[in-house]
Design a protein around this ligand. Sequence first.
Ligand code: PGA
Length: 254
Amino acid sequence: MRQKLVAGNWKMNLTYPEALALVGEIASLAGESGAANAPTVVICPPFPFLHGVGQQLPQASNFHLGAQNCHQKESGAFTGEVSAKMLASVGCEYVILGHSERRQYFREDDELLGQKLKAALAAGLKPIFCVGESLETREADETFSYIGKQLTDGLFHLSNEEFAQVVIAYEPIWAIGTGRTATSAQAQEVHAFIREQIARAYDAQAALDTTILYGGSANAQNAKELFSQPDVDGGLIGGAALKAADFTTIIRSF
Ligand code: PGA
């Protein structure tokens, strides 16, 4: 079901004590705002911090634990890797897949991402599936065809039931970690396009029900404006998720 959602992607940052301090601070700041219309919040720390951070999340609340990646196989001789089943066993409910940093630095392609999606869903995790264009693609006026292809090749092979578990994040690569944010109009335009593609691939109800997040230098100052767009259901937050006060302001920006 479509929901208001803010996810914090901590990436490869912090030590364990720092991670515990950050989640503690977020819990005490955001805990006060347990309003009925509070958005779903997903905290995505690095693997070794998952269990500990999960223990510190406010109980019985809108807070959930997510991972930043998973391996496509359930178990086996894959030294250094972490399976979706392992993530679920430490309390994860979400997993980010297809982030541009994984696509670019770790050569994750649509075929591999397809396998990871299946593995995540089989383990009962909700994938947060990222799409987004580079600056070159945007300047060549190919944003829509590029994202359309990412959706078709990467995501729309899922069954209706599987797709219903997926959250989509639109993250223009040129806006990630650059301090350069898409304007709310640019975000809305792409989000509306994504919703249209879902309606074509599945049906109108699926399009209405899908949560679509914006990511890319979203922060405490611009979140309200971005979240006010009709097709922007929340954010996938990087840098600003590492500052408790900023992250809490973002959570309260609906
Ligand atoms: P950013 O990262 O907010 O630091 O731009 C967003 C992301 O990569 O998820």
